[in-house]
Ligand binder design. Structure first.
Ligand code: MG
Length: 347
């Protein structure tokens, strides 16, 4: 496929890039929460970095597993935060699941929609007819995040229809969703409620699964995309499954210890502090005997722990540690003690 890299990304080390990532890739597929904004506020350096990347010719697209809001509403929110965006720049899991449903049903089919406006708009866009009741003669059930006002009766409606044998689709299965007041149950938790009541299994579209990546590539026309995210098990694994490169930013839910313990499908191509990483090249990590060097740092395995020596940019130290940990772990998960090595880094 044209969007796939022609090389297999080595998972034993972060990669280097001689040119700025905004020049090396034509399109950034950006996650939103923890990358562009958090709790309604723009993340530090996001607005300026995205403006500079766009000015340099990079296409920016925003890819969210949240099926509640329409692309129009997400684009308006981004624009308000100082990140100008058109609705066509926003790809949601509602759009991905709507395509998945449309691929399996005749045009105009009725679909029981359990979710918010974003889901109903996406279904209509694919020529499907969202209905509200299991008694409205639907041909399938589709479930997306419905927000805090979703009533228990909606899950009952889904259960009635699924128990009659209808196919069941879910926009995404994120168990939690961040909110201004803390962590709340996400669509994955709602899907679990229906799963318990029905014993059925939904077809899922959202990150890290291929339907979501396919939707972003179809809608953006990206030839050489880079996925930018803060979560290993959605953003980075989604890039891995799609065969494209990725940049992990440390402004969201992933910390350095989790990154070092990542299995191959959760290892990003690059790691940086925040979205300024799009505007720069990335340093090489070079093997040196049984150690790994990056910038002024050297990382190695010593006994059952990772060790780090040197000085300089803390990110380079983390990159060197990633190479040591991931090479040691191979296809598995690094179980080495990392606390001491990370304590010396001011990340
Ligand atoms: Mg995120």
């Amino acid at each position: 496929m044209s969007h796939q890299q022609d090389r297999v990304r080595p998972s034993g080390s972060p990669s280097g890039s001689a040119t700025a990532l905004s020049e090396a890739y034509d399109t950034a597929l950006l996650d939103l929460d923890g990358v562009v904004y958090a709790g309604g506020e723009a993340i530090v350096h996001a607005v300026d970095s995205l403006a500079a990347a766009r000015a340099g010719g990079m296409h920016l697209a925003y890819v969210t597993n949240n099926a509640l809001r329409t692309p129009d509403a997400v684009a308006a929110h981004l624009t308000e935060l100082g990140v100008p965006a058109e609705p066509s720049d926003v790809i949601t899991s509602a759009q991905a699941v709507a395509r998945l449903v449309a691929d399996q049903l005749p045009p105009g089919a009725r679909v029981l929609a359990i979710g918010g406006e974003g889901l109903r708009v996406a279904l209509r866009e694919r020529g499907l007819d969202p209905v509200e009741s299991a008694d409205d003669d639907p041909a399938a059930v589709v479930q997306g995040y419905g927000g805090p006002d979703m009533t228990w009766g909606r899950f009952a409606e889904a259960s009635f229809a699924i128990r009659r044998g209808l196919p069941w689709f879910a926009s995404n299965t994120d168990l939690t969703i961040p909110s201004a007041r803390g962590i709340a149950p996400g669509n994955g938790a709602a899907v679990e409620v229906v799963r318990i009541a029905t014993g059925a299994e939904p077809q899922v579209a959202g990150k890290p699964l291929p339907p979501m990546h396919r939707e972003t590539v179809l809608r953006t026309g990206a030839k050489r995309p880079i996925v930018v995210g803060d979560r290993l098990d959605t953003d980075i694994e989604g890039a891995f499954n799609g065969g494209v490169d990725s940049l992990l930013v440390l402004t969201g839910v992933t910390d350095a210890a989790q990154l070092l313990a990542a299995p191959p499908e959760h290892r990003p191509t690059y790691v940086d502090r925040d979205l300024r990483g799009l505007l720069t090249g990335q340093p090489e990590v070079t093997p040196d005997g049984d150690a790994y060097r990056c910038g002024g740092w050297t990382a190695a395995v010593r006994g059952d722990a990772l060790a780090l020596d040197g000085e300089g940019d803390a990110l380079d130290g983390l990159r060197a540690l990633c190479a040591a940990a991931w090479t040691f772990a191979g296809a598995g998960v690094c179980g080495l003690e990392t606390g001491k090595a990370l304590a010396g880094l001011q990340l």
